[in-house]
Design a binder for this molecule. Structure first.
Ligand SMILES: Nc1ncnc2c1ncn2[C@@H]1O[C@H](COP(=O)(O)OP(=O)(O)OP(=O)(O)O)[C@@H](O)[C@H]1O
Ligand SMILES: [Mg+2]
Length: 259
């Protein structure tokens, strides 16, 4: 439950995003106002084309808004230079996408420590961290496998370890279980919950997965580029109930509208 003293991490105010496409202006985000607090785990759901990925990219500094404001930890993104945005992104944000984007010619350990090397840190510093994270996601015996030698679920867990290696305040995930079967997805869900609980990482997950959305304390529904619903629940027990129980429960309440 968010108390009055909670600290905002992301504040979006009047966020609009339009794309120019074949001479037409396509308004994809049409005035988004929301605050995400430190330590929250938030699901973003809504129909295909509602603007979920676009919003996540804008919050993650991967795309620029057309108007309005977004701050992360009180830093205004919309007036920042490209170099400062990249720096903020590296220091603060980890990403997990539907397609893992691992480097095929490197093994799991190398993929996970790569963001540190890119930041100029040494392999000696990064390797113990990377291997501890791979252990944490259950891949202690797969560290030397290349992505092509890992299952889809294992690849996604490597991507999650990579996203966490610089200890980001914020983890943004776009359909991280979109390509996984239900059992593998459930294992991935449990990892997200565990990270949120143990590391207190703020997590925002775009998902079509009813079980994953149903396990989160807060679910924001987008519709046609606007926030249609923003619901909080104080009952975190869902997260350990397993996917079938969650789906059945949510189907009964009809509260979470997962497209
Ligand atoms: N670069 C772009 N140029 C033009 N239109 C775009 C661009 N990126 C996204 N769009 C359009 O913006 C709308 C919202 O896209 P977005 O990817 O945010 O949807 P989404 O809610 O993530 O959908 P899905 O659930 O299918 O992933 C879509 O109609 C899409 O076609
Ligand atoms: Mg999307």
């Amino acid at each position: 439950m968010i108390s009055d003293s909670a600290t905002p991490l992301i504040v979006a105010s009047g966020v609009k995003k339009a794309f120019q496409h074949m001479g037409r202006t396509l308004e994809v985000l049409r005035g988004i106002d929301l605050t995400i607090y430190v330590g929250e785990m938030v699901g973003i759901v809504g129909q295909s084309g509602a603007g979920k990925s676009t919003l996540l990219h804008c919050m993650g500094t991967l795309d620029l808004v057309s108007s309005g404001s977004i701050t992360i930890a009180s830093e205004e993104l919309t007036t920042m230079s490209g170099a400062r945005l990249a720096d903020l992104r590296n220091r603060t944000i980890g990403f997990v996408f539907q397609f893992h984007h691992l480097l095929p010619e490197f093994n799991a350990l190398e993929n996970v420590l790569m963001p540190g090397l890119i930041q100029g840190r040494s392999r000696k510093e990064m390797a113990p961290r990377a291997s501890a994270l791979l252990e944490e996601v259950g891949l202690a015996d797969r560290m030397l496998h290349r992505p092509g030698e890992l299952s889809g679920g294992e690849q996604q867990r490597v991507a999650l370890a990579r996203a966490l290696v610089l200890d980001p305040k914020l983890l943004l995930a776009d359909e991280p279980t979109g390509n996984l079967d239900s059992r593998t997805s459930e294992a991935m869900h449990q990892l997200f919950y565990k990270i949120n609980e143990t590391r207190k990482t703020t997590i925002v997950i775009v998902t079509h997965n009813a079980a994953l959305a149903g396990g989160m304390e807060r679910v924001i529904t987008l519709r046609d580029g606007k926030v249609e619903r923003d619901e909080r629940r104080n009952d975190a027990s869902y997260r350990h109930a397993g996917p079938d129980a969650v789906v059945a429960e949510r189907a009964g309440t009809g509260k979470v509208d997962v497209a």
